[in-house]
Design a protein around this ligand. Sequence first.
Ligand code: MSP
Length: 599
Amino acid sequence: MRTTLQFVTRSCEAFRTLQQSLFFSPVSALSRHRRVDVLRYRHAHLSTDDRSYYITTPIFYVNAAPHIGHLYSAVIADCLHRYKLLQGFNSKFSTGTDEHGLKIQQASEAAGKDPLTFCTDVSQRFKLLFDSCNISYTDFIRTSERRHRQAVKHFWSVLWDKGLIYKGSYEGWYSTQDESFLTPSQVGDALDSSGKQVKVSLESGHKVEWMKEENYMFRLSAFRSQLLDWLRGNPRAVQPERFYHAALQWLQEDLPDLSVSRQRSRLQWGIPVPGDAEQTIYVWLDALVNYLTVAGYPDHHDQWWNVAHHIVGKDILKFHAIYWPAFLLGAGLPLPQTIHVHSHWTVAGKKMSKSLGNVVDPLERSRMYTTDGMRYFLLRQGVPDSDCDYTDDKVIKLLNAELADSLGGLLNRCTAPALNPDQVYPTFCLQSFPSEQGGRAVAEDYHMLDAVKNLPVVVQHHYESTHVYKALEAISACVRQTNGFVQRHTPWKLDRSDSKDQRWLDTIIHVSLECLRIYGTLLQPIVPEISSKLLSRLGVQPGERSWADANFLPRHRGMDCPFEGRALGSDSGVLFSRLESQSSNKQKPKKTEKAANLK
Ligand code: MSP
């Protein structure tokens, strides 16, 4: 204990020293070895023994309507937030809209609206989508809000006071679509739709323009070795692993200073640089600070900022894994605990884009397939490491197989009056299903019991690493095993007038309902409505649905089961109605609204 305290005290001192040295000289005088230790300590210390959790989505550009990729980011974050709540954490979940910058300025001009009205309209669309998809955010931030402007100005002033921002001249490529500065090696040639030769970003394919202007520069180059130390000392800071390596790779290359403002004459829609009304703060610096604003910055923000986790798409990794940590190091603030990266959705094999007319409207789809249906599909099919493809046929097949037939069928069988005339959670009989073999249960039944018993740990592991699809794969495999269990023992053929048969029948139903109770509990972060319906049907009360309640089949271990003998909840219909196949109505390219037509 003493050693730990000494270590903590020593580390705190070392950390203060590091902070001071960073504030006054970004090129830290500390030896490399010492810096790694301090950064590692800070990361580890902040993550231990804390019941607060803060999860964020990227804030969404309001230049166009939301699509399924946006909903995907939000659903992943919502899943983690709900999961942490079930675990008893105090969780904060923020999302919102990114409203400044040239791209939005141009979109509002094209729409013939003043920027704020334009942003308010589109921001409302995101809010409407998230509200109707049960995205249970605790904070919705808009960068045009006053609280955010204050946070950004304060953040800027801290960097300025530490000498990390200087006035310079930027000359180079800029992509308005990505709101990103590019080096010559990141730019290539391409032909535009009219066959004209243009320069594009090699990464995004978006058009770039040459710009030359006086603006403010951030000393990004000074943070290269500290960023490397942070990443090397925290291999789980960026997940999955391939994105961690991508971030490390960027740091092997040159890291030039970053332009962090634009001339006001070109960009009016943004936050003015404190003390220089001729310059507007670069939209990415502005946007990234949203995570701090929601945490309460510049006032009390430690409770949340010390436990921050970001969900980001792969296209914005550099902004989150390089620029953002560098800004934070410069401002003397802790770095995020984890940056969870996800890949993109394509549609019928093609990148989603307005020009191809294949943008999938998530609101329309969640009306067609239900909110839970869309949530389940995105999280079951979405693989963080690689791009995933969306088609309506896939959605229908998956939801029919796993939600309607497998899960819904199991619930229906075990609660149907034919098998369960008393409509209760029946009694478990240890003689029929003893702890060791010897009763009426067979080897496969014991395997199923083991799998369901371990399921909460397996699911927890996958939720935490945002490999949600693996958690759903594991749940789905267990549901299949439980269906197999029922099918194998054909309880409908048992003779109710025989007391042994009756006890075995009750045991089969008890075990199956216990399985369903575990599935319903673990699925709450994914499909909150379906889970609630399922658990209510089983008679599980709202106070009995936490992660700690996922304690499977206590009767098999000779313990009491609070549900045994309890009346089932009322029957409120099928769990998930089968969807009609739409093969006759395949993905027709659909003209989507242009920014200018956004209502
Ligand atoms: N405004 C910035 C983020 C600033 S965060 C401080 C931005 N906005 S965005 O609207 O373009 O993208 C928001 C999120 O949606 C990003 O995580 C992005 O990766 C994600 N997606 C955009 N297209 C996507 C797909 N096709 N598929 C999955 N996610 C996609 O970037």
